[in-house]
Design a binder for this molecule. Sequence first.
Ligand SMILES: Nc1nc2c(c(=O)[nH]1)N[C@H]1C(S)=C(S)[C@@H](COP(=O)(O)OP(=O)(O)OC[C@H]3O[C@@H](n4cnc5c(=O)[nH]c(N)nc54)[C@H](O)[C@@H]3O)O[C@H]1N2
Ligand SMILES: Nc1nc2c(c(=O)[nH]1)N[C@H]1C(S)=C(S)[C@@H](COP(=O)(O)OP(=O)(O)OC[C@H]3O[C@@H](n4cnc5c(=O)[nH]c(N)nc54)[C@H](O)[C@@H]3O)O[C@H]1N2
Ligand code: SF4
Ligand SMILES: [Mo]
Length: 893
Amino acid sequence: MNLSQEHLSVCTTCPYCGVGCGVKATPQGPQAATVTGDAAHPSNFGKLCVKGSALGETLGLDGRLLHPQVREDGQLRQASWDEALDRAATQWRAIVDEHGPDAVALYVSGQLLTEDYYVANKLMKGYVGSANIDTNSRLCMSSAVAGHKRAFGEDLVPVNYEDLDIADMVVLVGSNTAWCHPILFQRILRAKEARPHLKIVVIDPRRTATCEVADLHLPVKPGTDVWLFNGLLSYLSRSSAVDAAFIANHTRGLTDALEVAEITPEEVAQTCRLKLDDVLDFYEAFAATAKVITGFSMGVNQSSAGTDKVNAIINCHLVAGRIGKPGMGPFSITGQPNAMGGREVGGLANMLAAHLDLDQPTHRAAVQGFWGSPRIADKPGLKAVDLFQAIETGRVKAVWVIATNPVVSLPEADQVRRALAKAELVIASDVVAGTDTNAFAHVLLPALAWGEKDGTVTNSERRISRQRAFLPAPGEARADWQILSDFAQRLGYDGFGWSHQGEIFAEHARLSAWRNVPGDLPRAFEIGALAALDRAGYDALEPVQWPIGRRVFADHQFSFPDGRARFVPTAPRLPVHMAGGDYPLVLNTGRVRDQWHTMTRTGRAPTLAGHTPESFVDLHPQDALLCGVKEGELARIASQWGSVVARVRHGGGIARGSVFIPIHWNGQTASDARVGAVVNPVVDPVSGEPEFKHTPVSVDRFPVQWHGFVLSRTPLGLDTVAYWTRVQGAGFNRYELAGRNRIGDFGTWARELLAIDDEEADWLEYADRSNGVYRAVHVVNDRIEQCIFVSPRPDLPERAWLASLFAHDVLVDADRAGVLAGRPLAQGADTGPTVCSCFGVGRNTICNAIRDQDLKTTAEVTACTKAGGNCGSCVPEIRQLLTQRQVGQQLPA
Ligand SMILES: Nc1nc2c(c(=O)[nH]1)N[C@H]1C(S)=C(S)[C@@H](COP(=O)(O)OP(=O)(O)OC[C@H]3O[C@@H](n4cnc5c(=O)[nH]c(N)nc54)[C@H](O)[C@@H]3O)O[C@H]1N2
Ligand SMILES: Nc1nc2c(c(=O)[nH]1)N[C@H]1C(S)=C(S)[C@@H](COP(=O)(O)OP(=O)(O)OC[C@H]3O[C@@H](n4cnc5c(=O)[nH]c(N)nc54)[C@H](O)[C@@H]3O)O[C@H]1N2
Ligand code: SF4
Ligand SMILES: [Mo]
């Protein structure tokens, strides 16, 4: 990249969620950029949520994987690309020669670009000759995919974002949209402001931030959604909402579906543990509203009845003919930035490219013919959970993991460690060096990251957007498609000779049009028009939605040969493992607002660290009492598969019987918080998607002698500490600590932990030995370097004010006076825990403003404090504080 280009901004797409927001990035030197929303992008019209806004902070080479590495004598060492790829290819070939193509596997990701994904799929299915390629989308979208295929004959999402602008009812099922798809959520909020009659219904066992704006929250008993939607189907079938003409002309199977859906609202209320009035309110409103969108995500998909949940929802839209028309339809909200692109290229183990089917001989022949490949996989490969089991049993001997972190994100995650430890060959491609999965690699390959890589992604509404590079490739990192193609060529395969990702896109587009005509192999996924793009056209490609120029199912033609949609009978069943006995509570897992997955990228952004600085287990106060755990203390959460330690929290949103733990923390960010280790490995029988939201667990005290925290400009070695978690602050690392050891001499112990060997160090200290309280601050050249606070109880001062001291080069006297107290001497200077990450506004600031100025609306809070004025992600939490005031509750101090 030359200098004159350096300050031009580049339009690209956010690498996080499936909303697929357009981003304008302006490079500031080779490893930095400022980021704003792209006003011209139809997914977000210039808005970004807090994660998107903080993208600039995630750039930089700290922790990046910059060179290939190979394992030798147990240790990874730097190697050339030739050495690393030769070693990978030689071992891979030897395994295939001896054990056949099903002894090797790829495990890839919805965070790959479409071009990367296409190459991975072509390599495995067309050249290696095995369908052992699965993806983390198995953990995410596969139930939706399976549900769509059963109902429509093809994996199609029949809703566009603009439908949300005109819908009269939006039902959000198992979706914490406010936190996980914030820009879509704000679009719903704007629709509600414009048309207040828009009814928002949230179906989620937890009271989430999304519920703050709902007209109706149905806190279903975990795992019972099929009963609820069967009840709705049954209700609708007797109501005037039935669209008899649509059912007669465009569907099949209603009678069979109704037979198993027969259930009264009273029985629904009882089974789903809901109020009858609420169930009826939902059913009546649904029946009475033509323009209804049912958005759903992981509370639906990640279940041992996930595919049935999806079909139970779709059944309700079919019976009322509410599909294929503006403002209505079942809406699977995709998680990852390119979940949809992965489906287009057929990246799952039971799919073929371009919406063709692996189990159809004519489809297989068509794809093989198009590729001109030596072979084509002729049976489904192993799905993610089965794949890692087959690795442990030795059936699969080599696995290449690309852009995903299975040691953290798969269920029964300790099994994944065992599997990888046993595999003959583990190749891992990643952008960062240290991950829980990379630790098992024999060959570790550096990939280009967001901002460096270049290609396309497809969002939840089937809109293809360009991700463009705006930074130079660092070190020896290469694009994932290049690494894969280079590897394929080493195996002697032709068909991988592209010189630019645009050529791969063109091939993918051509395949989508291949024999795609009525009477041959028709599919709705067709982007053949884009195959003609030359390099300049590809580079300039504007966001484009498929099917190009028409609405999915507008003609009521579904993708089965008879053109009819299918009602799928969904006989309700409970999760396989129910709470009881030694494991009396149900573990639910999911996301927090400001982190992305295993934190390899969001974990680098100080702006994102303040909102949830530590993992936690949220449970009901009465359950806590029964388990003998207290808010603020630590608990061990165990299942029959594994355990984690987390801080006890009463967030107020959890019904009795359930606990919630976030998915993000892992071996790099905490001593023992990898929740995947606890999660049961049961999967949905149709989709193979794991039951991430329902594992029976026990919760017990994790007794410690002391609690503490450290803020330190330099990283600590923590081998001797029983409990630790770490996040990145602005100019410091923040550690939460707890120990089981009795500390003898605090001063000596603290200096050792903080690695201070200078006897003359400027060291402010407070010790109350008889009470076990200790505080110390290390100052170097008048600048705060580290501080440590220890107490036998978790009653330590707020971190926010102490953290703010690290922003200054001099610890001024006024602050020095308060530093051992952990709070400013001046009143009101402690802002409290972060609510608004964009402007760094704390809870105390907001509560004080609400109290002192008698604020009533979120807009007033924004006007006074700025909180909520940028991305809006914290508006639901501000609303909650306002509600607490209105109902006369004491606001947090
Ligand atoms: N901040 C942030 N945003 C993200 C991500 C992230 O890591 N961080 N990841 C992205 C990805 S890949 C995904 S897949 C999406 C996920 O987006 P969501 O699906 O919205 O997020 P989750 O928190 O996994 O789970 C959604 C909700 O399902 C509820 N639930 C649990 N059990 C049940 C049940 O039996 N029935 C019902 N109806 N609900 C239930 C949970 O309480 C939870 O609130 O988010 C995307 N966006
Ligand atoms: N308990 C529980 N577990 C879950 C879930 C849950 O709700 N509960 N949700 C599941 C879902 S929906 C999902 S999507 C998964 C997500 O789980 P993962 O996919 O395991 O999570 P990530 O942290 O996104 O992993 C992406 C990895 O790829 C690297 N990477 C980023 N960009 C690139 C790139 O361009 N190229 C390469 N080669 N590497 C790159 C990152 O550094 C990181 O190591 O978690 C699943 N696991
Ligand atoms: S909603 Fe946020 S995380 Fe999702 S694509 Fe938009 S900016 Fe990125
Ligand atoms: Mo996901």
